[in-house]
Structures are given as structure tokens and as C-alpha cells.
Ligand binder design. Sequence first.
Ligand code: AMP
Length: 435
Amino acid sequence: MFEPLGLSATTLAAVDEMGYTQPTPVQEQAIPAILDGRDVMAAAQTGTGKTAAFLLPVLDRLGHARRGRGPLMLVVTPTRELAQQIAQVAQAVCAHTHHRATTVVGGLGYEPQKQALKRGCDLLVATPGRLLDLLDQGACSLDGVEVLVLDEADRMLDMGFLPDMRKIVGKTPASRQTLLFSATLSNDVLAHTQSLVRDPVRVEIAPKGTAAKTVTQYVLGVSPEAKKRTLVEVLRREGSSRVIVFVRGKHRADHLCRILRKKGFSCAPIHGDRSQNQRMHALEQFDRGEVGVLLATDVLSRGIDIPEVTYVLNLDVPHDAEDYIHRIGRTGRAGERGWALTLCTEEEYWDLREIERLMGRVIDEYPRAEGMDLGERPLTLDPARSPRDRIPSKKARKREVAGRQQRAQTPRKAEKTTDERSRRRRNGRGTRRRG
Ligand code: AMP
């Protein structure tokens, strides 16, 4: 029930229209604190309902800027997609609260954005670079900002936006209310952002490594040369509608897209080299069902809200374990069921183990691989592995890879056995399997 949270009837009507019946945990905790005028630092990954958690209470109380003035509320977010997505939710709320919202993001023309700012707005959603450009050009002022939202703060730090973020914050009044949302509130994030908030209420929903509980996760060991055909086979068996395939590298995404098209799948690539319009077009086509498979790099792994993704296929294991959590979070959102499959080669084995360590659990083997051609040397996974096993250093892993390449000359069966044995030895569990 949203009623006890303290929102006005107008905002509750917006909630009703958006079809939300129960507040999510982050909404339950953040909305009353924000309505109280408190600063908030929230650790909430995407998919937790954090966008509505800040838009609903702020717009509930926000006044209206005079013509040619504003913004009164500023949301800074790292990527164009996130900005568009926040703007969409804002539109739904503003239709009821009668606030004017404007979005300024890179990759689009300056003039329409300048014109919109000139007309004035109550809420401005912006990416840091473009906002600073426009501020430098005198196209807008942040003097009137009463509420500042820093969305995906950890991502902004990762992307090197810290100086931009500080500059922007410096241009807002010190009396503002500040709401900071981050997938994690790591020591690094806290060290860089604590000075931006005043006596904040801490909201922690998704501790580091918490994967969406509604996502069933599988891993399948494959040989590197078999990845493409395994992808095709999985799409054939599991369906190719509303599927996101994550890959490492923009060229790889483009290349695979061409291959899949030749095989008759409707797909589109989405990555940092695509223009804003191309990305938006691909997302719209996906949303309308004209494109069944999106081939994405990690540009899409955080924050993008695509409802009803059937499953996520990680063609490559991400190097950054937290990216995995974000990737699989694209399915099973806000209570829907979803599943994710990760293809893993020998080379990627330790990246997989890092993910399992972060999550504190091992990923089950994909149960429907019977009859699939997994290649010459598919990775074999030890079902007795534990997320608490020690992970060798990067240097030790490099040595292991070099050793493996050397051994690549030796007969196939012997090599696999040696690899698995040495791995078990390192994990301190001999060759015995846990019961
Ligand atoms: P977010 O974490 O803001 O990216 O939201 C993730 C998804 O959850 C979006 O599709 C929202 O529409 C949806 N959502 C947000 N709040 C609720 C709610 N209270 N009930 C159901 N769905 C929600």
C-alpha cells in the first residue's frame, strides 16, 4: 500500500495510473525520508524501483517555476539512456502534478535543448557533460535548485564524472536537499560523495553482490570456437523474442548481429559507438517486438529499463563481477520471473569464480544442453566448487593461461584432466567431490 507513505492524493493517482500497487523496499524507506526534507544516500541497484522512489516524493512537494525560470529539481545521471528512462517516469508523474520536465543529454542537437531551457522547467534531467556545456554557454542556471538527485553515483565515478559532478553541485544552492542513489555505497563512493550530503538517511536495499532473487541463473561451459553456434542453438531452443545478449566489445556485437541476421533472427546492436538515435530506435523496436534480440555491451547493463525481457544470455563473462549483477538484473525486474545463462570458456573461468564469490553462491549448470555441440574443449565445471574458495591473483592466472597454452599441444583428454585436477588442488579440496 502506498497510502501510508505520506504522498498526496494527486501523486497517489499517478502511482495508480502507473499500475504500482505495493511500494518496493527502496520506495518504502526513501519516500517518507524525502517527504521529510531529509538528504538520502541510498544503495539500490536498478530494478528496485529507485526512479519512482525519488520522483514521487519530490514532485509531490515541488513548487512550480515561473516562466523562463527553473529548474527547481535537478536529476544528474551518467548515461543518455538512463536520462530518457527517468524522463519517461517523470512524464507519467508530471501528467498529474503538472510539472514541466526537460531533458538535456549529449549526442543530440544543442538548439532544441537551449530553447526548452529558455522556456523554463520545474524538473531537469541531465547527463553531466551536456549540462556543464549548457551552463558554460549560459543556457541555464542552477540557482533555483531545491532538490538535487545524483543517480547512479558509483557509475558516474567509474566513468570519470567526479570533477563534473562536483562542478555541477557547486552551482546549486547549499540549502538544497540532496538525494544520492548508487548501486553500492562502497568506501570509494562514500569517500567521494559524503561531502555532498548533509546528515543523510541511509537506505540500503541491495548489498553488494545481491543478485535479483527472481532471476534463475545458469552457466554453460563451452569451447571458445563454439560460442557462436551455442548462441544460435540457445536462441533456437529457448526462443528469440525479448532476449538480451551481452558481449565484450562493440565490434563483436556488430559482427554477431550480422551472423544472427543471416541465420534469420531479427536483432540489433546497442553499444557506445551507436548514436543516440540509433540506440533509441533499437530500444523502441525491441519494445515493440520488431527486434527480438539485442546485442549489447555493458553500456546497457546498468539502469536501462526494458520490461519483460525473457532471458539474458551472457555470451562473454564480464570482467567486472558487478557488471554481471547489472546484466542479469535486466530480466526478472520488479517481481517478474526471469532467467539468465552465461557461456564460459577456460579463459573466463576465474572471472566466473569472482562473480560467484561476490554473490556468495555458485551458479547452477544449464540443464538443457543435451545434444548441443559445445566445441573441442568445453570448460568443465567442478560442482564441488565453493564461492568461498580462494581466487588466485591476476598474475597467477596469467601464468595458468600461459601454461595452458603450452599444454595445448598435448592430447585433449589429458589436458582437461590436468587442468581440473590442478584447479581442485588450488582450491584445497583434492579430487574429492563434496556430498
Ligand atoms: P527502476 O529501479 O527505477 O529502474 O525501476 C525498475 C522497474 O520497476 C520499472 O519497470 C518500474 O516501472 C518498476 N516499478 C517501480 N516501482 C514499482 C512498484 N512499486 N511496483 C511495481 N513495479 C514498480
